[in-house]
Write a protein that binds this ligand. Structure first.
Ligand SMILES: NC(=O)c1ccc[n+]([C@@H]2O[C@H](COP(=O)([O-])OP(=O)(O)OC[C@H]3O[C@@H](n4cnc5c(N)ncnc54)[C@H](OP(=O)(O)O)[C@@H]3O)[C@@H](O)[C@H]2O)c1
Length: 252
């Protein structure tokens, strides 16, 4: 990327604020604006920057893109937003990185359709580390299908349900939910571990979440990779695969 990619961020909640911290300090990007639902008159710019936080209740995405053009939209808001900005993104060829975890099948169908006219990435789990862990674990599972597999997840004491990421790992490795062990301890942000038991050795793949800013690092990675792609609908796996293939070709 030679010139900075102009980015608009939709959603300024727990995740969006951390993502704004990363995107606003990454020299590859110019975070042009942040959109949220409500009009919080006491905060008008992202702390330490002059990036404006706009209420989407007060203007349409068409007006927003017209007044403040961007090359990419990053979405950390709600599942309905894609239907509000989708046609504007399509018309203008703006690339989209959506981290929304709760899309329905028909939302995803719409996102795939947008991919006919622009570049779209949807990732219900956008951290680079977890995506790499799943990728590596799938590879080892294929190479060594005879090894036992256990998944260990540890989270803060108050988290009631089994981690969605652990269930996703189990699904990708084609093992049942009974292979997941959950521990609830103090203030652990998020720990996922895949353990492969071989007859004479053990392999452990471990990911520890430290801060929500990891979502921003993942979004930044996705933006940079997507900028090198043609129009289409992509998953995080697709982007990782492209990089790994290029890396393996170099090693040959
Ligand atoms: N893929 C991943 O790895 C990942 C990780 C974390 C979060 N997420 C996803 O990111 C989203 C936000 O999570 P969160 O924990 O940050 O939630 P949150 O704290 O509830 O924040 C939601 C944000 O969306 C805004 N919003 C709500 N309705 C909107 C609309 N119609 N248009 C524009 N903005 C709207 C809210 O605006 P107000 O502030 O004005 O209320 C708020 O800023 C969720 O969908 C979650 O699944 C994904």
């Amino acid at each position: 990327m030679h010139k900075k990619l102009r980015v608009g961020l939709v959603g300024y909640g727990k995740a969006g604020q951390a993502v704004a911290n990363i995107l606003s300090s990454d020299p590859r990007f110019e975070l042009c604006w942040i959109a949220r639902r409500s009009n919080q008159s006491y905060v008008q710019t992202h702390p330490g920057t002059d990036i404006h936080i706009i209420s989407i209740d007060q203007q349409s995405y068409g007006e927003l893109f017209e007044r403040h053009p961007v090359d990419a939209v990053v979405d950390f808001s709600v599942r309905t937003s894609i239907h509000a900005y989708g046609e504007e993104v399509r018309k203008r060829g703006i690339m989209l990185v959506s981290a929304i975890s709760a899309y329905t099948e028909s939302d995803l169908e719409y996102a795939r359709n947008l991919g006919k006219d622009t570049r779209v990435l949807c990732s219900p789990n956008i951290t680079l580390g977890i995506n790499f862990l799943i990728f590596a674990a799938k590879l080892l599972r294929k190479i060594a299908p005879f090894a036992d597999v256990e998944i260990l997840e540890q989270h803060f004491r108050e988290k009631p349900e089994i981690s969605g990421t652990a269930r996703k790992i189990a699904e990708k490795l084609e093992v049942g939910g009974e292979r997941i062990t959950s521990l609830r301890l103090g203030g652990i942000v998020g720990h996922h571990e895949v353990i492969f038991g071989f007859p004479y050795q053990t392999v452990r793949l471990i990911h520890d979440s430290i801060k929500r800013e990891a979502f921003g690092t993942g979004a930044a990675f996705a933006l940079a990779q997507l900028a090198n792609c043609g129009n289409g609908f992509f998953t995080f796996d697709d982007l990782l695969l492209q990089l790994m293939q290029a890396e393996l070709m170099q090693q040959r």
